[in-house]
Design a protein around this ligand. Structure first.
Ligand code: ZN
Ligand code: ZN
Length: 438
């Protein structure tokens, strides 16, 4: 499948004209997946989706501060005649579209937040926004492509709303805040949306989410079970007894003990867990202790991260980590205090749902459909996937012939807009095909 590789280098007007005139990447092979009328509607709507994306891109907002973006989304959903709820988990928006025919309740998710990164793409619609983040002045940039996700879901909402008479079942459009994490001291994101009861009255039986990635434009990839990792932080404080560096026997050395703990932790994934089952990582990223070479300090602090792809392994590592640190410290006559701050769980795709719905994505992407590799990044979508059988997939955004793609979170991250109609097609096709299964 050919992309539209010249889009990024083309002037804006030409790029839009190109989008209209050229066959849309990903759509060329999608005739079997989407009814012709729906596909045509997506093509017609693409310039609008592109302009939403650019508008959101130029006005990025950090987590829990997505006021303008949420307003745009809510106005759009209201204009489509949906029941709209706002202010969920601070700025979250939910739209409920009831189809004219009986059928299942399905939810689709887009995340709305940008990152504290100063944009260096040089795009004509680049962000110049600056704001305060945890007490520091920062640039704000959609460095993870959530502007693409919002525009894709707004487009999907429009396509499905326009065909509501033929639509089987109900679609819940979830626009969530703070996917990248809430500011210090605040709650937010999917966990808070669930806590506030977004699915209390109307629970979906399936949920879909996507993320733009730097894989080739038009590539769609998904895997069953753990696709993205859980991410937990830990802090271990080793308490020794301060003494002269020349006479260590007069104290308890927390530096040597901390060194043993660092190595001991590595034996958990390498020696203690079944290597055939699932990968996991424990990394110590900071060691702090001591002020000069001839003083053995009182305490040493270690900080690190734990990544796993299933929640049983996650719990097991937490226990083993504590046991390892405490026992090693004890063997030295020191003590260890372990604090684990739980971050996002692993994002686990429902095997049955992937089996049923991956063929839809495969028909859409043709030979650009792949089994996704695991990613050690983590996703707030994990909370939804823990509550509702879910399928989360990646959508590639790097045009053919463009060798260097800056990754998500880079100040030069620049996903190709050719992915927008593919995203709309994918979300629309998933809803329509899921409805047909009933
Ligand atoms: Zn991100
Ligand atoms: Zn992201």
């Amino acid at each position: 499948m050919k992309g539209i590789p010249s889009l990024k280098r083309a002037p804006l007007a030409l790029a839009l004209a190109g989008l209209l005139a050229l066959p849309l990447p990903g759509l060329a092979d999608s005739h079997d997946t989407l009814p012709a009328g729906v596909q045509q509607r997506i093509e017609q709507l693409t310039p609008q989706v592109v302009s939403w994306r650019r508008d959101i891109h130029q006005h990025p907002e950090l987590g829990n501060r997505e006021f303008r973006t949420a307003g745009l989304v809510a106005d759009h959903l209201q204009s489509l005649g949906m029941e709209v709820r706002t202010g969920i988990a601070h700025t979250g928006v939910v739209g409920i579209l009831k189809g004219g025919k009986p059928g299942p309740v399905v939810a689709l998710r887009a995340d709305m937040d940008a990152l504290p990164v100063t944009e260096e793409t040089g795009l004509p619609f680049a962000s110049t926004v600056r704001t305060q983040y945890n007490g520091e002045e920062v640039g704000v940039f959609h460095a993870c492509g959530h502007d693409m996700h919002v525009a894709i879901l707004m487009g999907t909402a429009q396509v499905l709303a326009e065909m509501r008479d033929e639509l089987a079942g109900t679609v819940i459009f979830v626009f969530q805040p703070a996917e990248e994490g809430a500011p210090a001291g605040e709650e937010g994101g999917a966990e808070l949306m669930l806590k506030e009861g977004i699915f209390a009255d109307l629970k979906p039986e399936a949920m879909f989410g996507l993320h733009v990635m730097t894989s080739p434009l038009g590539e769609i990839s998904v895997r069953t079970q753990g696709q993205l990792a859980s991410s937990d932080q830990f802090r271990i404080t080793i308490q020794g007894k301060q003494t002269h560096g020349g006479m260590p026997w007069n104290g308890v050395d927390p530096i040597v003990t901390a060194s043993q703990v660092v190595l001991g932790l590595q034996t958990i994934p390498a020696r203690q867990l079944d290597a055939t089952k699932t990968p996991s990582v424990i990394s110590v990223g900071a060691i702090n202790g001591g002020v000069r070479g001839n003083i053995i300090p009182d305490t040493v602090e270690l900080e690190g991260t734990i990544r796993t792809f299933d929640n049983a392994t996650r719990e097991e590592i937490h226990q083993r980590l504590e046991r390892t640190a405490v026992s090693i410290a004890e063997s030295a006559g020191a003590s260890a205090e372990v604090v684990i701050n739980k971050g996002y769980p692993a994002t686990i795709n429902d095997s049955e749902l992937v089996k049923a719905m991956a063929p839809t994505l495969q028909r859409l992407a043709g030979d650009q459909f792949k089994e996704a590799s695991r990613s050690m990044a983590s996703e707030d979508f994990a909370y939804f996937a823990g509550e509702v059988p879910s399928m989360y997939f990646f959508l590639g955004t790097t045009p053919a012939g463009q060798p260097l793609a800056y990754p998500n979170h880079s100040p030069k991250f620049n996903p190709d807009e050719g992915a927008l109609p593919i995203g709309v097609s994918a979300m629309t096709a998933l809803v329509l095909d899921y409805g047909k299964r009933q």
